[in-house]
Structures are given as C-alpha cells and as structure tokens.
Write a protein that binds this ligand. Structure first.
Ligand code: TXA
Ligand code: MG
Length: 354
C-alpha cells in the first residue's frame, strides 16, 4: 500500500511497523529502500528473503545524523569525519569498522558496517520517528529484487513487492542512482561504488587521495601492513589481527542493475550503423542515446538520454524500466562520456550490460 510520506500520521504508522519488526518501502534522494530495524535480526532476515539476496551481502544502515554513527562504528577516522561533515545528509555511504555486538545480520557478518544519513525529508522524518522509539538505524538496501534495476518511484517499489508492502511515497528520487560508497575501514579511503559525488569532490573534502577499488589487493595489504606496524609500535604490543577479508560489495557482481531485456553499450556511430544495417526490419529494440538516432523502422523505441549528467542519473533507472517492455529484447545504450561526472551513470549501465 502506498501512503503519503509527507503526512505525520503516515510516518508514525511506518515507524510503528518498523518497531514491530516489519518492512517499509522508503524514499531516499538516491533510490527507494526496503527498510527494517537494523538491530532486529528477524526483521533484517525478512529483507534478504523479500529481495532474494544472499544473506552474506551487507546492507547499508541509515542513520538520522552523524552523531548516531558511533552507535554502530567502533572507530571513525578523521578522513571519514570530514566526508560526513561535507556530504551528510546526502548520497554518500561510509564503510566503517563495526562494534562487534551491533547489527551483525545487517552487516552480513562483516566486521565493518555501511552507514549513510540520507537527505530526503521523508527518510529523515522516519529515521527521527524511529529514534524516538529507540531504533537508531534502519537497514535498507535498494527496494528491488536482487540484481535488478533500482526503484526511483513508489510505484516501482510496489511493482517489485506488491500491495502488501507499506510504502511511503516521497515522489521521484532527485539523485536517481545509488549513493557513492567509500570504504573507510582500511586506513585509506577506498572508492567501492561511484555515484553522483565525484572522486575529486570527495578528495577535496577529506584532503586525502581516494584509492579506487581497482587497486590491487597487494597494494591494499601493504597499506594495512604499514598501519599494523605503526599501530603495534604505538601500542608496544604484538601485531593484532587487523587484516580483515576485503569486504564483498554486491554492487560489484558482474551483472547488476539489469533489465530483463539484454542491454548493450555502443558508441553513437556504432549504434547508428547498426540501425542502418537493420533498416526497416528492425524490431524488438529500444535505443537510449545522447545523440539523435535515425531508424527506417517504425518498431524501434527511441529515447534520448539527457545531455546533463545530473539529469541523466535522475532519469536512468526509470527509463530503463520504461524501455524494458515485454516485446523489447535488446536495449542499446550509447556509452556515456568518459568524464568523471559521468562515472556513476557509466558504472550502472556497464553493470547492467554485464
Ligand atoms: O543509495 C543507496 O545507497 C541506496 C539507498 C536505499 O540508501 N541503498 C543501496 O543499498 O544501494 P544496496 O544494498 O542496494 O547496496 C549497498 C551496497 C552493496 O553493494 C553492499 O555490498 C555495500 O553497499 N555494502 C554495505 N555494507 C558494506 C560493508 N560493510 N562492506 C562492504 N560493502 C558494503
Ligand atoms: Mg541495490
């Protein structure tokens, strides 16, 4: 059932449901989430079941403010604090070392926890109402079945999970792709998932270089060993076990954010050539391109991707859902530009094509 998220009675209803161990469809500025009390193991298990998501894949825990982070994180490096100061509330998730006894199920058993304070007024209202009920974190992955396109409207969420689920309507998401994820648990900030915040913006805010996740495991290990040496010298103690297994991020699986139709990436020229070769026979194909394409066939669905990166991100998932019609077998997408501001959109369409 979709209810108006801007209404105080709706927020109270949703917070009561969360407190009772239920699930709520929640708008955030990035995408809609499927939320439950992060400290309630049975409620968190319902999220994994509903999504069909393997239970070792960690969920993001949403908090009402930066002050709540210390309830979940055992350590907040200075660079992480600077990122929170600069971008929260907003589309940034930080992976931090976790208090061992807190939110283990939500964290998929990892020794770290992903934390984010969203800026959407409905999300903040629900987080505050939950905090008033003693619940200080909402575990919420994107509200879509595992591996599929993330939802950016309440109707998308209803389409995924049916009318049983209580969904707070907060309108269409303004950002449109998931938060940028930075791992702050390894001594240096590591970019795990690009989003609308660019690496340069993050580096400027935390005054440190952002390591990309493509950095080799050996290099990371070297960073960690250096940190271990510094720590043990400082503590005059034997080296501790501080080399946790590199966290798994489900967003890194080969195929993700995928429509049912096969998605292919091509540059504008290849795309136009392919349409020309097919000519009037072309069918079952949707085209999502920045440049205007021509097709001699009337059976081709042509959509333009906005010139502007922010708008393109905002519309990406809704457009992929719209193009993913039963008679469409292929979605041809023009490869987004190489510029850093397109990193988030390029990442999502690349994974959708995998
Ligand atoms: O914008 C967003 O981040 C949305 C909204 C609802 O907040 N949420 C979202 O959640 O995208 P989800 O579950 O679809 O993606 C969360 C990503 C996954 O790739 C997960 O593996 C990673 O965050 N993640 C969460 N906790 C982690 C941890 N402790 N270590 C490594 N990766 C983690
Ligand atoms: Mg997701």
């Amino acid at each position: 059932m979709i209810i108006d998220g801007l209404n105080t009675a709706s927020i109270a209803q949703a917070a009561d449901l969360i407190a009772a161990g239920g699930l709520v469809g929640l708008p955030t500025e990035t995408v809609y989430g499927l939320a439950a009390d992060a400290a309630n193991e049975a409620a968190v298990a319902k999220i994994f079941t509903a999504k069909g998501r393997p239970s070792e894949h960690p969920l993001i825990v949403h908090v009402a403010d930066a002050a709540s982070v210390s309830r979940f994180a055992s350590e907040i490096p200075e660079f992480a604090q600077k990122m929170m100061d600069a971008f929260w509330p907003g589309p940034l998730t930080l992976i931090l070392p976790r208090h061992p006894e807190i939110a283990a199920a939500a964290a998929g058993g990892q020794t770290s926890v992903g934390l984010r304070c969203p800026s959407h007024p409905v999300a903040l209202a629900l987080l505050q109402a939950c905090a008033a009920r003693g619940i200080h974190g909402l575990a919420a992955p994107s509200a879509n079945l595992f591996g599929r396109v993330s939802p950016t409207t309440a109707a998308h969420v209803q389409g995924e999970f049916g009318d049983e689920l209580l969904i707070l309507n907060g309108g269409a998401c303004s950002v449109g792709i998931e938060s940028t994820i930075v791992d702050c648990s390894r001594g240096v900030p590591v970019l795990l998932r690009p989003g609308v915040l660019t690496a340069a913006q993050i580096e400027f805010a935390c005054r440190q270089n952002l390591t990309s996740n493509s950095l080799s495991k050996e290099e990371l290990l070297r960073h960690q060993i250096r940190r271990l040496e510094a720590d043990s010298a400082l503590l005059e103690a034997a080296p501790r076990e501080i080399l946790p297994e590199a966290p798994r991020a489900s967003g890194m699986l080969e195929s993700h954010y995928a429509p049912k139709a096969k998605l292919r990436l091509m540059d504008a020229k290849a795309l136009q050539t392919a349409l020309d070769i097919l000519g009037t026979d072309a069918k079952h194909i949707a085209v999502y391109s920045r440049q205007q394409m021509q097709s001699a066939s009337t059976n081709i669905l042509l959509r333009r991707m906005p010139e502007d990166d922010t708008l393109a991100a905002q519309q990406l998932f809704a457009t992929l859902r719209e193009l993913d019609q039963p008679d469409i077998k292929l979605i041809w997408v023009e490869t987004p530009p190489e510029d850093a501001v397109w990193d988030g959109v390029r990442d999502r369409v690349t994974r959708a094509a995998a």
